[in-house]
Design a protein around this ligand. Structure first.
Ligand code: ATP
Ligand code: MG
Length: 331
């Protein structure tokens, strides 16, 4: 039995439909029509203990809605969720003892209290023993650099500080699983790196299972061995980030510095994407020709000074998938 089992999960929202125009505005006063939005549409997956999974998808795809159902905040319209033997929205009290949740967009801490008092309160909420609390707090203070703002009210923290405080708060009770909804949103590069290090370390050292949503592909590159991608409520990809790039990354690039001015630099198997004096960028499709064959062909025809092969990056790959709806056609 996997730690997290999700079968055919669906969530529909009823949203009021506003009628347009002057007459519509009058009608809106007297009748409200509703339409259903399927935010999550038949999502199934398993996650094993100790995994670190990235949950990706464009705005409005259904990521936060999924996380809210997995954490018991929302009740699904249909489908099953079993996490460590619990049904999140039914067994809320025992269930939340074993999980931690951080929403990048808002804090779980008490707005007006200094950080340390917020953390102290959580000790009581979760009935954390004194020595476990002390041990965890000491470790998180060090790892997350909490000391510089431990006595500052949460409302006065910078975004990066608040995120660090929230992470500490979500992990004080030694949860087995942590759900992070955009934990690096709005952070500068240094703060992002610090949060990533922390997430990696709690996953490795404490074997905490991590599910994180993000729009920052750096998070995925640095952290996730597995990504799930959702679009319009449907789970469209579940696998290694490398596989995503291989399948949807598009063309590879070969940048060549030529030794002479050639009038024509065309070559079979690749197309000239751009040319800047003696530097030519070729694009070619993985599978149709290998980089070494292409290089051989080129060097048979031209004198080459230098060259480099560029693989498609995950950032570009995901952009292509979102823009072109590449997975939709498959799914
Ligand atoms: N409480 C709600 N009432 C009505 N519709 C909702 C509600 N919550 C979410 N939705 C709708 O469900 C869909 C999925 O929203 P969700 O917040 O899960 O997306 P997301 O993948 O987290 O997007 P983002 O990347 O922008 O955070 C959207 O169309 C959204 O408008
Ligand atoms: Mg969201």
């Amino acid at each position: 039995m996997p730690l997290i089992r999700v079968v055919n999960l669906c969530k529909e929202f009823r949203v009021s439909k506003h009628q347009r125009g002057a007459w519509g505005a009058v009608k809106n006063l007297f009748t409200t029509q509703y339409r259903l939005v399927r935010a999550v549409d038949g999502v199934s997956f398993n996650i094993e203990a100790g995994e670190l999974v990235g949950y990706l998808g464009p705005n409005g795809a259904g990521k936060s809605t999924t996380i809210k159902m997995l954490t018991g905040i929302l009740v699904p319209t249909s489908g099953e969720v079993n996490i460590g033997g619990h049904i999140p929205w039914k067994d809320r009290v025992p269930y939340v003892k074993g999980i931690g949740v951080v929403f990048g967009q808002r804090t779980n801490l008490w707005w007006d209290l200094p950080v340390i008092e917020s953390l102290d309160l959580l000790k009581h909420v979760y009935r954390i023993s004194e020595d476990r609390y002390e041990r965890n707090l000491a470790e998180f203070r060090e790892m997350l650099g909490l000391d510089e703002f431990l006595h500052t009210p949460v409302r006065s923290l910078s975004l990066g500080q608040r995120m660090r405080a929230d992470l500490a708060g979500a992990l004080l009770h030694d949860p087995q699983i942590i759900f992070l909804d955009e934990p690096t949103i709005g952070l500068d590069v240094v703060a992002k790196e610090r949060i990533r290090q922390f997430i990696k370390s709690i996953n490795r050292e404490r074997s905490v299972t991590v599910i994180l949503t993000t729009h920052d592909l750096g998070d995925v590159e640095k952290l996730c061995a597995r990504v799930m991608m959702i679009d319009r409520g449907k789970l469209l990809f579940d696998g290694a980030p490398g596989e995503l790039v291989q399948r949807f990354g598009g063309e590879r690039e070969l940048v060549v510095d030529l030794a002479e001015d050639y009038a024509n630099v065309e070559i079979d198997g690749a197309r000239v994407a751009s040319r800047d004096e003696r530097q030519v960028t070729y694009r070619f499709v993985r599978g149709s020709i290998s980089a070494s064959d292409l290089i051989q062909r080129l060097s048979a025809q031209y004198r080459i000074l230098d060259l480099s092969v560029q693989e498609p990056q995950i950032e570009d790959t995901v952009r292509r998938i979102y823009e072109q709806g590449l997975l939709r056609d498959e799914g």
